[in-house]
Design a protein around this ligand. Structure first.
Ligand SMILES: Cc1cc2nc3c(=O)[nH]c(=O)nc-3n(C[C@H](O)[C@H](O)[C@H](O)COP(=O)(O)OP(=O)(O)OC[C@H]3O[C@@H](n4cnc5c(N)ncnc54)[C@H](O)[C@@H]3O)c2cc1C
Length: 423
């Protein structure tokens, strides 16, 4: 008899679990199914570089079929779950709902941008969570440079050449640093806009940025960004976002049509409809074996789970944790089905890096703190080892090498996804 193992979500956690299950579960003993919204996994740490054009957007994603050998990939969304009947509801891509039975279910549905009830935020701000966000933002920056170069109105130019990022965690800071670097280079092609000059602003509610790393490294990052002319506004957040301006809690009104919201993540909202327990932050609480509390055959990992961190508290929402939880959950699922032995999740994060663009980063490995080029080089080497698939590793190296001697590509491809009507 073959068991049905269903993995909901094919990102960092789900993909690493599927690969491990393929290794540990004999072919005849398990049917593996992975359900994902897309047929690729996104390597999120490279999104800032995709936005800045140092990496080709297609090269920051890996086709799931290139990686999975015998897992059945279904495209669509998990929209329901009946724990008593042991079934999940799939809204299949292309239409139609299906009920899928499971013996073991792994939830690895990730997270979304955490939004706050700020007037105009969801109507006018960009998120920075996926490939579409990175591409749209890049197109917005290029389009703004084009328009600013063409207009004679001072106020309009001000609005087009001001970019506001909200949230000083690593994702926001990396996106800001890479895009500002890109825009500063691209400005050479826009002489009239260059005369006016750009404003890049980071707004952060807390008294410091980068809570993920030590204060002295965060201070280094701030000095570096300020040195490039980026304005940093701490202990400040937004009162309102409009199409052409943003109002800060300090009362300042900044003319801008580009606000990027990177103020944290919230677990996948669909979890509320999946009949699983949720903690106060909407995450699925799991034990140290990553099993959902109170449900014998359901497991959860990655950003959507509240897993005990061996360092205390719960694991932070990072790819580092998701890719280590995936294989542990996979082996525990196999053990539950009689293959191998169960194990707790014991990974302690020893390293973290924040890329600041321009060949600089800050980071820590164990007790060792790194700044500038050595940190950047180590961060890049680490990411190269992590991005799944040899072809993606090779493409990333080629993209970086090719981007060094040449000017930045300033083609604005927003319209390329909207074909003209026939006739
Ligand atoms: C810009 C940026 C930079 C980052 N940099 C780093 C870094 O340097 N280091 C680091 O450790 N972490 C980094 N992270 C965080 C990291 O990307 C996340 O912690 C990681 O993706 C979590 O893995 P996951 O498997 O839980 O979720 P994801 O990787 O997000 O995967 C979730 C998957 O579930 C799918 N899904 C969602 N809902 C459904 C549904 N209903 N049905 C089916 N499928 C569904 C999604 O399509 C997705 O494929 C970064 C994040 C961002 C946004």
């Amino acid at each position: 008899m073959a068991w049905n193992v269903v993995i909901a979500g094919g990102g960092f956690g789900g993909l690493s679990a599927a690969r491990e299950l393929e290794k540990v579960m004999p072919k005849q003993s398990a049917r593996l199914m992975l359900v994902n919204e897309t047929n690729y996994a996104t390597y999120a740490p490279f999104l800032p570089e995709a936005a800045a054009g140092t990496l080709e957007p297609r090269h920051v994603v890996t086709p799931l079929r290139d990686i999975l050998k015998r897992t059945y990939l279904r495209l669509g969304e998990i929209v329901g779950h009946d724990p008593a009947a042991k079934t999940v509801e799939l809204a299949a891509k292309g239409g139609g709902n299906e009920t899928i039975p499971y013996d073991q279910l792994l939830l690895s549905l990730g997270s979304v941008s955490r939004v706050l009830p700020i007037p105009g935020l969801t109507d006018h701000a960009f998120g920075f969570k996926g490939l579409a966000d990175a591409i749209s933002l890049r197109n917005r920056v290029v389009e703004n440079l084009e328009l600013a170069n063409a207009t004679n109105e001072h106020q309009r130019r001000e609005e087009l050449l001001t970019f506001v990022f909200v949230g000083g965690g690593y994702a926001g800071l990396e996106a800001l640093a890479e895009l500002q670097d890109f825009a500063a280079d691209a400005m050479d092609s826009y002489p009239r806009a260059r005369l006016h000059g750009m404003r890049w602003i980071l707004v952060e509610a807390a008294p410091r940025v980068l809570p993920e790393i030590d204060q002295d490294l965060a201070d280094y990052a701030l000095r570096e960004l300020r040195g490039r002319g980026i304005e940093i506004k701490l202990e400040t957040t937004l009162n309102e976002v409009a199409a052409d301006s943003v109002t800060l809690t300090s009362g300042e009104v900044i003319p801008t049509n580009t606000v990027v919201w990177t103020a944290g993540v919230a677990p996948a909202p669909i979890l509320k409809q999946l009949n699983v327990p949720l903690d106060e932050r909407g995450r699925v609480p799991v034990d140290d074996h990553l099993r959902v509390q109170g449900l014998d055959s359901v497991w959860a990992i990655g950003d959507c789970a509240a897993a005990p961190d061996p360092r205390g508290g719960t694991c932070p929402p990072t790819a580092q944790h998701a890719v280590r939880q995936g294989p542990v959950a996979a082996r525990n699922i196999a053990a539950e089905l009689g293959i191998g032995t169960a194990e707790p999740f014991t990974y302690r994060s020893e390293a973290s890096f924040v890329n600041l663009g321009r060949y600089k980063a800050v980071g820590r490995i164990g007790d060792r703190k790194l700044r500038g080029f050595p940190a950047w080089f180590l961060a890049r080497t680490y990411h190269m080892s992590q991005i799944p698939g040899y072809s993606r590793k090779a493409h990333a190296i080629l993209d970086w090498t090719a981007s060094m001697p040449f000017k930045r590509d300033i083609a604005e491809l927003g319209s390329a996804t909207r074909p003209k009507r026939l006739g």
